[in-house]
Write a protein that binds this ligand. Structure first.
Ligand SMILES: Nc1ncnc2c1ncn2[C@@H]1O[C@H](COP(=O)(O)OP(=O)(O)O)[C@@H](O)[C@H]1O
Ligand SMILES: [Mg+2]
Length: 370
């Protein structure tokens, strides 16, 4: 196990800057996920850590040693590629043994380690098969076994579950988590899937256009996104955003959305008074908008509005409900007991204790600034 530190890492392909000023520390034994939309630079970052891609600027440290110039094979790093990259002409055992043979391990050690890896990843019985005779999930496990058998200081995983069907993805997600608990390795994981990132990681590093938008524990980024990008990326269905203006009304601060107004909780007042009169963006998650009929509490007084239901998607445990208020459309995640039906009226409650206010220009969160 080792720590990995990226200090102001940059990457250019010709004149094109794809990674900008990346600062990240991954601690000993930590599971950190780089997550972001396709093309934001996740694979490039992972390949630079592995030594498969030259670092244009900045320094990489592995266990506090400068590592920019260390050849890939001497970094103590194993990487599982998105395509798995198994050798097609080699059996499962031979694939797993490959790295050990290169490192010239004695034959008896190699056999012992193959057995360990086969059993760890439930591949017993498949040792002599060729990759073409395995299912996607089995190939994925062979790739993982091949990476783990060399006892890497750091394990890098590039979208390892993206080729699996939804059900197997869930199963492998739990297996990866179990494996990490058991081995305690330092893991840097890459995915474009925010749910996968949130469910697996000690911390998530959210990337946007080659930069880090925010790094933190899953719940911290969910509860306190620092900017609109993170707010919209984390959480499903995505956060609703409304254009508005902060104004004073009697003793309160309200956000004026033109068609209706919402009162800000007392405790946000000090953070927001500086923005009085300014245009802002209100962010509120679908799970923080309720059906008034089902929400008994009085504390939402004044933060209700009448809407018309557009579309209802029943999920069983929740209904995803698209609603309309004149020109404004937004999403609410309601309890299945709701009577919501298309084209019917409903009164919804906004839980403003859970809201976010973003500066329209900087797109930073005024309530949860870093
Ligand atoms: N070898 C390359 N030459 C030029 N551009 C590249 C190369 N590899 C990746 N890129 C560009 O770098 C950006 C980041 O790519 P990548 O790291 O693969 O993104 P991700 O893994 O997040 O989808 C993309 O715009 C991609 O087109
Ligand atoms: Mg990629």
């Amino acid at each position: 196990m080792a720590t990995v530190r990226l200090h102001r890492i940059g990457k250019k392909y010709g004149g094109l800057e794809v990674i900008k000023d990346l600062d990240l520390v991954v601690e000993h034994g930590e599971f950190v996920t780089l997550v972001g939309p396709s093309g934001c630079g996740k694979t490039t970052t992972l390949r630079m850590i592995a030594g498969l891609e030259e670092i244009t600027s900045g320094e990489l440290y592995i266990d506090n040693y400068p590592a920019n110039q260390i050849p890939p094979k001497d970094r103590g790093i194993s990487m599982v590629f998105q395509s798995y990259a198994l050798f097609p002409h080699m059996s499962v055992s031979e694939n797993i043994a490959f790295g050990l043979k290169i490192k010239k391990y004695p034959r008896s050690d190699i056999l012992e380690k193959i057995d360990w890896a086969l059993s760890l990843l439930n591949l017993e019985g498949l040792a002599t098969r060729l990759p073409k005779d395995l299912s996607g999930g089995q190939r994925q496990r062979v790739a993982l076994a091949r990476a783990l058998v060399v006892e890497p200081q750091v394990l890098l995983l590039d979208e390892p579950l993206s080729n699996l069907d939804a059900k197997l993805r869930l199963k492998m997600r739990a297996e990866l988590k179990r494996l990490h608990k058991k081995l305690g390795s330092t893991v840097i994981y890459v995915t474009h899937d925010q749910v996968e990132a949130m469910s697996l990681s000690d911390r998530v590093a959210i990337m946007h256009e080659g930069r880090l938008a925010q790094v933190g524990a899953p719940l911290a980024v969910y509860n306190s996104p620092h900017n609109i990008f993170v707010a919209g990326f984390v959480g499903s269905p995505s956060m609703n955003f409304f254009n508005g203006r902060l104004v004073r009304k009697d003793e309160s601060l309200v956000i004026d959305l033109e068609t209706f107004q919402l009162v800000l909780p007392e405790r946000y007042r000090s953070k927001c008074t500086g923005c009085l009169g300014r245009k802002v963006i209100l962010g509120i998650r679908p799970e923080h908008i309720y059906d008034k009929r089902l929400s008994k509490t009085e504390s939402y007084l004044g933060n209700t509005t009448d809407v018309v239901i557009d579309v209802v998607e029943p999920l069983g445990d929740r209904d995803i409900v698209e609603v309309k208020k004149e020109k404004i459309c937004f999403t609410a995640l309601l309890e299945p007991e709701t009577n919501a039906a298309p084209d019917q009226p409903m009164t919804v409650v906004f839980d403003m204790t859970k809201c976010h206010i973003f500066d329209m220009e900087s797109e930073n969160n005024i309530i949860h600034s870093p």
